[in-house]
Design a protein around this ligand. Structure first.
Ligand SMILES: [Zn+2]
Length: 223
């Protein structure tokens, strides 16, 4: 819809907008200083599971990245079977509706953002994103934001519970969701993923203490 009615002017406007935003320092593609988790290799499901050791949820530094009182379903959890996008990764996909608010799960400083990709853009790598260097030194990766919805900029200090942007469909071939993943270091490496659970996730955890695939969780208070 966005380009068929008036292809030339809209494409021109979009290209200008991208150029202007990139001059301001946004992350399009894979700039050398920003990790690109979507593009890097992953561990096998087996080696991932060997590292899937979760702390007690009540001791977790994380809150679910949604407002208190809503429910969210985990449509893909960590260390997925071979062939799925979370194979070898400590990531979760949380179902949400386009426009739902997404919050920071832990305190930190915004490392980079990208928000120029269009909605309903099913190309891997076209995820609108926020990466946050967290206070414990790890990096959190939030992906698939609605176009132009990201409310933070690189260098901003954020607190758990602070608005980051809106749920969307950029870079995903399936449904609207939030991809959330934590890893060590500045650059994404498959063997540096961090097993994460959430102290305010009210629902059934799996036997390791992580969130379970197809399980639904009520967001409790982030205290
Ligand atoms: Zn995902």
């Amino acid at each position: 819809m966005r380009s068929t009615a008036h292809p030339v002017p809209l494409v021109t406007i979009a290209a200008l907008a991208v150029a202007l935003v990139c001059q301001a320092g946004c992350a399009i593609g894979s700039p050398p200083t920003a990790p690109d988790p979507a593009a890097d290799p992953v561990a096998s499901a087996e080696s991932c599971l060997a590292r899937a050791v979760f702390a007690e949820p009540e001791d977790s530094a994380y809150c679910l990245p949604f407002p208190e009182g809503i429910t969210t379903k985990v449509t893909q959890a960590y260390c997925s079977p071979t062939g799925l996008s979370h194979e070898g990764r400590f990531a979760y996909d949380f179902e949400c509706e386009p426009g739902d608010v997404i919050l920071a799960a832990q305190d930190g400083v915004v490392f980079t953002i990208g928000e120029t990709w269009p909605d309903n853009d099913p190309v891997s790598g076209h995820e609108n994103r926020v990466l946050i260097r967290q206070d414990d030194g790890t990096m959190a990766f939030y992906a698939h934001f609605q176009q132009w919805s990201v409310t933070v900029d690189a260098g901003d200090t954020v607190s758990a519970g602070q608005l980051l942007g809106l749920c969307g469909t950029s870079g995903t071939p399936s449904h609207a969701h939030l991809h959330f993943e934590v890893f060590e270091g500045a650059a994404y490496q498959w063997d540096e993923g961090v097993p994460v659970n959430f102290r305010n996730a009210q629902g059934r955890l799996d036997f390791r203490g992580g969130l379970g695939v197809d399980e639904t969780y009520l967001v409790g208070p982030c205290e």
